[in-house]
Design a protein around this ligand. Sequence first.
Ligand code: ATP
Ligand code: MG
Length: 248
Amino acid sequence: MTRRAGSRASTNDLTVPDGSARSPAFEVRGLTRTYGTGDVAVRALRDVSFEVDYGDVVCIMGKSGSGKSTLLRLLGLLDTPTSGMVLLNGIDVTRLRESRRRVLRLGRLGYVFQEYALLPELTAEENVYLPSLMSGCPLRESRLRARQLLAMLDLENRARHRPSELSGGQQQRVAIARAMVNEPAVLFADEPTGNLDTESSEMVMTALSQMNAELGVTILFVSHDPDDRRYAKNLIVLRDGEMVEDAS
Ligand SMILES: Nc1ncnc2c1ncn2[C@@H]1O[C@H](COP(=O)(O)OP(=O)(O)OP(=O)(O)O)[C@@H](O)[C@H]1O
Ligand SMILES: [Mg+2]
């Protein structure tokens, strides 16, 4: 990861290559997000620029309110910036129409949130393969992929359980399997261990590391826990919406 944004030629090819392909995975240039206007305007993110290489694992840290979730949401195409760019293969994805962004979100980006967000009436396996079905993959293939991912994460004997029958750490590992089912190029995780005890947190962070090491997915995760740095190859520290040198 580098803080300086390089210039790259534009291309009409929006396919995001997998881990073996050229770097960087994406480039962030002058990203700014202001919520509201006038007296109530909150400058949540201010002129943030960096690059992330394919295969990287980046930890985003900073105090509460420093802009971590705002940054992750912008990179994950869940929000649009006030100004600045997010380039995938040299294309500014913040300017794409919503239908193209939706295709990228479903097919090339994965998400893990603090609250797991599993569908309660579906089994673990069904939760995992649902995004694959939504992408048009046949049921048989989707289910096979879900089973492989659950097995990788030591959850094969929980595949038929509903979320209410699983521990928090197990539910979060199911959420990681779900995020990986469409083989994303980049996985975003906003405080994935925020609701978990130390032991479960370690299992979840190990599961994320495993996805990076074995499947090559690029990972950006937010954490409050300084211990989680050991899972990252690079660190971004935010303070009041700005990227700062690591002070600690
Ligand atoms: N939808 C919104 N409308 C107005 N202000 C917002 C909105 N979302 C976030 N903010 C403000 O933007 C700033 C950054 O918020 P953000 O959620 O990115 O922080 P964070 O670093 O993720 O904090 P935490 O560690 O508590 O999750 C905060 O001051 C927050 O109050
Ligand atoms: Mg947050």
